[in-house]
Ligand binder design. Sequence first.
Ligand code: COA
Ligand code: AMP
Length: 631
Amino acid sequence: MGVGYEQTFHESITDPEKFWGAAAEKVRWYQRYDRVLNSDNPPMYRWFEGGVLNSCYNALDYHVEEGRGDQIALIYDSPVTDTITTFTYGELLDLVARCAGGLQNLGVQKGDRVIIYMPMIPEAVIAMLACARIGAVHSVVFGGFAARELATRIEDARPEIIITASCGIEVNRVIPYKPLLDAALALSSHTPSQCVFVQRQELPVDLMEGRDISWDHLMDAEPAPCVPVGSTDPLYILYTSGTTGKPKGVVRDNGGHLVALVWSMEHIYGVRPGEVYWAASDIGWVVGHSYIVYGPLFYGCTTILYEGKSVGTPDPGAFWRVIAEHDVSVLFCAPTAFRAIRREDPDGLYRKKYDLSSLKMLFLAGERCDPDTLLWAEELLGIPVIDHWWQTETGWAIGADCAGLELLPIKPGSCTRPVPGYDIHVLDDTGNELPRGEIGNIVISMPLPPGCFITLWNNDADYIRTYFTAYPGYYLTSDAGYLDEDGYLWIMGRTDDIINVAGHRLSTGAMEEVLASHPDVAECAVFGVYDPVKGEVPVGFVVLKSGHDPDAEKLQAELIALVRQKIGPIASFKSVAVVQRLPKTRSGKILRGTIKRIADGVSYTVPATIDDPAILDEITLVLQRIGYPKR
Ligand code: COA
Ligand code: AMP
């Protein structure tokens, strides 16, 4: 082992250019960069400016050239279709190059956007890498989002092409995608030149003449070579929830992303090229981008694309089956996946049926990991279980136990120490640094390390305003937490209106916009409440317009259906109650935090600024009526 955590962290902060310059030596450039970091125009930092490279080349061609052509690059394991297919680096390269050629035949050029609205099938990975190969900018949209969410993304990204599939497959139902795409295109003012459909045998669809072509048609093309792109050119846009209904288009560059992910595979996850790395997430989320697709392939690992869940496909032994069958070295998933396994198999009986000797480490992220779940997983598996903290914006971990550097003692409930490259501070609301142990706003000193977002799509102004204005010189994470006396980082929750439902990031603001669109609703509030499996689920309160007196049950059903229809089933919005009024401050701000504390059954202080304290008793009664607090 080389230098340990402390020294590495120190070097990364005191001389970031030297540190990341050394990391950049490990990736393949067509043309070396002019400077490691351009900090002339904060907060618009640029890494490896002048460098020319191709991300797909680094993920595939390079490994084939280096003799890994016959190594398995991708394992598609789909319990919902009873399929396991493997692709070597050589095979994947061939498919990706042909897909890239097909996209060029459709007129896609460097810088054009391609929306990928797909389930967890190999064609999705092939499409992402094909875009990277020709310098097109992909924007993957999670399959569980409804038409309106897809429409917003089409409207903002203005894609040349949309690639989709005839259906997705959930545990006990088939999700037709074409009606969702049709509805999204009807809502959007932008029309792509073509839509490409992967026909799945579970639900083939009729293609619309002129608009749609089949995946097979696309793939009937000559392989395309890699198109050299600039280090700071965009590789992808990934939309994530902000505090309003309009999602934020996080833009990732090519060069910084490549350097950061390669560094992370070695130093955070401690894997070696050739090992099997499994991120049990979805390509629609940032974890899927970084650690199903790019990270493992950049690093020469075998990656797994798993179309299933931790339970129900078919049982709580699903993860153990995959680990044993494919010799997984490192598993990365959300704590909620483990809470679901534990609920169905509290004594870990399924685990005993499988040989899990290949598994060296489990990494958890996406939401706060309760110590109880972490300890349960540790005891069940007998390996280090590492909670690490990150965001779509950063693209890789901000706080972690860097297993490849030095495994530090784990404190359950903490994500261990700041990752090298991230200079973390905890500030009070006026920007003063707080002493160790005190909870405040977590911020990161600029510059952010390579791999973090370089802007929001077509919206530099919102990038600067949202993330870099509150505390000059710092990136605002919008997470609250503290550093303890040992320098360990404790992430306690969001400071804005974002909630985490089963590891999925959702905006309560977006749900409020949907509720407010109902003709009977005058005012509303959505807040996250504790859930034993999903961590948090949304609950809504609505105040009716005066003179409106709808049937309460019918109204509730309509509101629940509306959120499902407009945002998607993934919101897990299943609980809404009518209230006479909402608790507010005298200046009119809804006290969502206080409502949440009452719903969670934890102690709270009546805010000094509350307009009418008596309302909290009314709210308590309403919550009790709908079953809160649950614990
Ligand atoms: N397409 C369409 N619908 C989808 C979907 C998709 N890609 N993904 C989820 N849904 C639907 C589900 O079918 C479910 O619908 P329902 O209300 O009709 O039951 C709803 O969205 C909620 O899905 P989910 O949150 O997955 O809940 P679940 O009860 O089906 O499964 C868990 C529970 C804990 C097993 C599951 O949430 C899980 O594994 N979470 C891990 C999340 C994760 O990997 N996050 C990434 C961060 S690392
Ligand atoms: P996303 O952008 O979907 O990755 O969600 C990012 C948010 O998830 C963060 O801002 C945190 O609020 C939360 N989060 C992610 N990982 C962790 C973790 N390990 N501990 C606590 N919160 C986390």
